[in-house]
Structure formats: structure tokens, C-alpha cells
Write a protein that binds this ligand. Sequence first.
Ligand code: SF4
Length: 342
Amino acid sequence: METTPSLACANKCVFCWRHHTNPVGTEWKWAMDSPEVIFKGVTESHYQMVKQFKGVPGVVAEKLKDAFTIKHCALSLVGEPIMYPEINKLVGMLHAANVSTFLVTNAQFPDAIRNLVPVTQLYVSVDASTKDSLKKIDRPLFKDFWERFIHSLEALSAKGDFLILISMMFSSTQLAVSGQRTVYRLTLVKGFNVEEIKQYADRFSLGKPDFVEVKGVTYCGTTKNSGKAPLSMSNVPFHEEVISFCQQLADLCADYEIASEHEHSNCVLIAHKKFKRAGLWHTWIDYDKFHQLNSEFVRSGRPSFSSVDYMQPTPEWALFGCKERGFDPCETRWFRNKNNKV
Ligand code: SF4
């Protein structure tokens, strides 16, 4: 399920697929639905939408049946989900229903990041690496947008996996605090944010993300709200250009390596080397383990797990450089042009 409890955000990004028809604001100032109302509304609407796929050519019956049990929720659709004042309760309700949470925030609300309960995977969008580029691409509402951006990256670092050493008289006890997978999400838009690679690398030390997900922008058309320099297909990087960007970036960051790619989504994953155990990448998620660890945390109130505690081996077909290039061989690939395989 993909949803958001807030349609509003504090940016007007040039690549936004909502075409700026939703509200913008720097604080919550709208009527608010309770988390109970939102949870009921989004799940019912999701199942209603899934139902419409019944009988559609190409839809596999078994997959359709699976889709009637929500297992994962991306809190990212349009707007800024972290703006919703009851976001923690909503996340708690999703976890209680055994639904994992992937929350994306656009780095303008550092306090809300600090106050957020653990989610399965927390993303901060890093749409540019310098103040001028961020202004150009995100067109933020806040005057202090750059400070908010930097503080959001710092807040992400505190959400990650770090250790407090408590020295005791005869021994030292390691207490792992906080714990969730943290991600920088980069959307590459040619002509806007694909230069300044060194500055991107410098930002790694602020947020210390577990992963950096890099994708080529998806061109969503142009409307009268697209601004003076609307995007076109020429702003979409080819997959090989995304890889080249990632290789240059990873070369500058000793703790990171390219781990995985999805050629068909124009996506590349750079991962922290702590997810490589005995030469094998573990970039996948053990969801049952996450729910178990998180419910222990909710019960005890003592954060005691970290992102590596619920990692799972990456399948061979998803590793960077493999022949499948991220396409699950159990799935059937549909090519528009069967001869050229595109
Ligand atoms: S933050 Fe998200 S919803 Fe807001 S303008 Fe940017 S892409 Fe669109």
C-alpha cells in the first residue's frame, strides 16, 4: 500500500508528479482526521483499488489474492507524511497490523524526524548537495531551507545504528540505541542535480545512512504549474548514466559500495559495507524479525535493536552486475518491443 496522511508539503519540487495541485505550507493548519479514520480509510480504499484488477488480462490470480493482505506500506505518495501531527500513532497502528513502514521525508522538518518512532525504513530525500541546487530543484517554502536540510540529515544519523558504551567497574556493556534502516534517496534529474558528486559524498558523513538509493527521475508530463523551466525526457538519465554517477560517488566514500540494481526501475543501491557479511550482501529485510524486535521495543520502551538485526541476504539476481540486473527470474518480463527487448 502506498499512502500519505498529509497531502501538503513545504516544497514545490520540479519533478513532483502531483503537478503542484495539492496544498503547500510550512506547518499543519488544516482540519485533521484521526489516525483511526485514516487507517480505516486507506486500507479500505486500497482493497477497493486492488479489487478492480480482478479479470484484467495479465493479472495473476495468486498475486491478486496476495494483494488482499497488506504487508507493506510506503508512507510516501504526495505531500510530506511527517507533517501529520499523529504520525507516530498511525505508524504504531500499521505495525500492530503486521504492516511494515517505509516513510519518506523531504528534509525540511528535522524536529519531526527526531520525534518519530522507529519505522522499518526511514528515507530522507537528498535532492541536491548544495544550497543553490537545492533551491533550484526543490523550490522550498522555508527561508532557512538549507539549515533544515542539514539538520534533517543530522537527525537521520541519530536514527541509525550507533552504540553507547557504558563503562562499568569491571566490564563495558554495549547498549545499542535506536535502530532502523536509514536511507538517502536521490532522484537524478539531468541539468539539475547530477554534478557536484564530491558535495554529495561530503553529505554522507552528516546522515551516515545505511543505504543510498539512487534513481533516474520519472518524467510525468508538464502542466501550467511546472514553472519556467519544465522538465522533459531530456532530463531523464539513462540507466548507464545512473550507474556511472553511483560509481563515482561510491569511489569517494570508503565505507560504501554499489550493492544492487534494478535496471527496469532505473535504480541503483549503494550500501554501507556493514551489510556485507563474509563477502555476501544482506540488503534485504527480514520483516518478521523487524516486527518481533519492534514489538519488544514498544513493550519495554527500551530501544535495543539496530538495522543489521533484521537484515537478510540479497538474492543473486538482485546483485549489482548479475545478468538479470535486478529482475526477479520468477516474474515474466513484458517488453513493448519484443525484438529489441525494450
Ligand atoms: S516534497 Fe514531494 S510532494 Fe512535495 S513537491 Fe516535492 S516531490 Fe512533490
